[in-house]
Design a protein around this ligand. Structure first.
Ligand code: CP
Length: 296
């Protein structure tokens, strides 16, 4: 693995390899030392979980980490991103962790020629891909269920604007998971095949092993959202959460919108924090595989 851009680029076997390596890191049976690696985080969109768990993962595998500050960089003098990264390559940085609002910018960048060879990890691209989130979601589900093959997952909410959804769908399809979507019409994209669509929460939750709520991506939506209607019909509450259901959310949660605030205090909602925790092990595994492959 030289880069991680999209889930589509990974085979089922490679996903399981990432799982196994992450599990070894979690159980402390694997150590890594990448003292020669020079890794830059470049976040053009806000982040808490992804950025800081990448930073912690880099510390734990003893790689050198540098944070590119967009607001004080020469991007603000008009430098193109390719030229910036080419200069970083010349200076001696070897790996870029990039989050950007443009859907396909990372693919364009990865296909260019640099002063020195450089690796890219996608930390979120527009509305189209967030592969490390899907991999940590897979890790969280597989740890719980052993195997996710044949399980039913209900994904609730804003699937149209969600890069988490797009990467998860690609991964879940590889593992033959039954996928249900529960969402109002404005958040539905019915072009995706092999999915059962619901507009009624009770019907969707009747037979489901996993419930994955998605954040309403307010910053990407221009039309007016009827929050009252959403809360009334789609919010996950203490009352409608099926007993024993495995509740997930990639974060950040819009408290009181996707999930009733009191549900977040329940023991069963600890899975959401476990997703954040597991992100560190999964990112350690991804970095370890990419940096080892480069001999760093
Ligand atoms: N889930 C996720 O990507 O969270 P952040 O935006 O905080 O990184």
């Amino acid at each position: 693995m030289k880069n991680l851009i999209r889930i589509e680029d990974l085979s089922k076997e490679e996903i399981l390899q990432i799982y196994n390596r992450a599990y070894e890191f979690e159980k402390n049976t694997r150590k890594a030392n990448h003292i020669d690696a020079q890794v830059v985080t470049m976040f053009f969109e806000n982040s808490t979980r992804t950025k800081l768990s990448f930073e912690l993962a880099l510390n734990r595998i003893k790689a050198n980490k540098y944070d590119f500050q967009v607001s004080t960089s020469s991007i603000n003098k008009g430098e193109e991103l390719f030229d910036t990264i080419n200069n970083l390559s010349a200076i001696g940085f070897d790996t870029i962790i990039l989050r950007h609002k443009e859907d396909s910018l990372i693919e364009e960048l990865v296909n260019k020629k640099y002063y020195n060879d450089i690796s890219f990890i996608n930390a979120g691209s527009g509305m189209s891909a967030h592969p490390t989130q899907a991999l940590l979601d897979f890790y969280t589900m597989k740890k719980q269920f052993g195997s996710i093959e044949g399980k039913t997952i209900t994904i609730v909410g804003d699937v149209v604007h969600s890069r988490v959804f797009k990467s998860n769908i690609e991964l879940l399809k590889k593992f033959n998971v039954n996928i249900q979507i529960l969402a109002p019409e404005i958040f539905i994209d019915e072009s995706i095949e092999g999915i059962q669509y619901f507009s009624n929460l009770k019907a969707a939750f009747e037979k489901t092993d996993i419930i994955m709520a998605l954040r309403i991506q307010k910053e990407r939506i221009s039309e007016k959202i009827d929050f009252e209607d959403y809360i009334k019909n789609y919010q996950i509450t203490k009352e409608n959460l099926p007993y024993g259901a495995f509740l997930m959310h990639p974060g950040p949660v819009n408290r009181g919108i996707e999930i009733e605030s009191s549900v977040l205090e329940l023991q069963s909602a600890r899975t959401i924090l476990n997703q954040a925790k597991n992100g560190v092990f999964v990112r350690m595994a991804i970095l370890d595989m990419i940096l080892s492959n480069r001999g760093l």
